[in-house]
Design a protein around this ligand. Sequence first.
Ligand code: SF4
Length: 424
Amino acid sequence: MKVTIRTIGCRANQADSATLGRCLDPSSVEIVDGFDGADLIVINTCCVTAEAERDCRKMARRALREAPESRVVLTGCAVTAIEDFGKDIEGGVEVRGGGDVPMEELAAWINGKKGIGQGGGDIQSFSGAGRSRALLKVQNGCDHHCTYCVVPAARGPERSMPMDEVMDNVDMIASSGYRELVLTGVQMGAWGRDLPHGYSLAKLVEAVADRFAVGRVRLSSLEPWSVGKNLIEVMAGHGRICPHLHIPMQSGDDGILGAMGRGYTSADLVRVIERARAAIPDLAVGTDVLCGFPGETDAAFDNTLALLRAINPFYVHAFPYSSRPGTRAATMPGQQSRQVARERVRQARSLGEEMFTRFVEGQIGKVREVIVEERRSGESKGLTDNFIQVALLGGDPSPGTLVDARLERGTTGGRVRAVAIGLK
Ligand code: SF4
């Protein structure tokens, strides 16, 4: 049977799809790229914004159009959080899994038997080519319930992968040849809360970095309340943890932050980032901004731009707010037009571009550790420890290797130029 897997959404979804792929039985299932010729197309859905939901429907319709003979199955967040998701898609799709149903079970259904293929583990290489970076999902679910967010309904309560299972996965990633391990989760800062022995994210990160001796460890998105002193100390003191933090701010206006239920103020966020920057040299900070939240006035959005300037992230992911069914924000007064939200997204992104240029400017001439992700037609592409995408000049490093490289002024193919000066 030929199976195509498509994923919409975040890294947690990407990790889940990778688990599905790994658990398919290679003796009876072939994973193929396109829709045409596939017997089964699985779409792992997302519902975090109305746009993501639309993308899922669009993809399902395209699959039905391009492969009318195949079965199209929807799974993941949208089918869990949105009642009857997919029912309106003409041509007929099936819904399988989602919610608390692990991908291993969906794989068992596809395999046509109870057992699973190669065993579980939420691991994925997302480098596109070559084996360089592995994604390890160590946590699922969220108990925070921000007023705009549908993720808790889709992902359920917080739960952590036990420490011994994390370590087994770390060993597997190392022995598979990966040199960068990215820890991820839906609300990763909650890792350990449901485990005995007083585990915390800081302890997890330290243990993983100690164990993953073949390369480096990166943390994916962390909410501001998860970036505590202990974590910063571990990041600052351990040579194998990438100096990179993605901390979603969402708004810079304290009234809007309160209405979002985020649980911090703009001043709290400034303190967290200042503390991290003081401890971790060349730290790259990225952030998310949600524009056009109900009640967000021009003055409130000005506060967001002001906070962006204050925390000075090197990239900004700005999204328009979209009302999600069942959330408290959906019924709040002061809903904004799409036009207003889009214009604010434009302003936040444009400020983000200025900040990116400034950050990169400050890195020119410095030597950074780069993981080579791709090599095609004599050109290598890579990623620095502090998350700058580079075009590598010089040497002939193969994908998956770590090299030291000096950043240069100028770009090649939209990437910052870097000269390789030695293998690690
Ligand atoms: S912390 Fe807030 S935004 Fe993040 S998943 Fe939980 S409820 Fe959603």
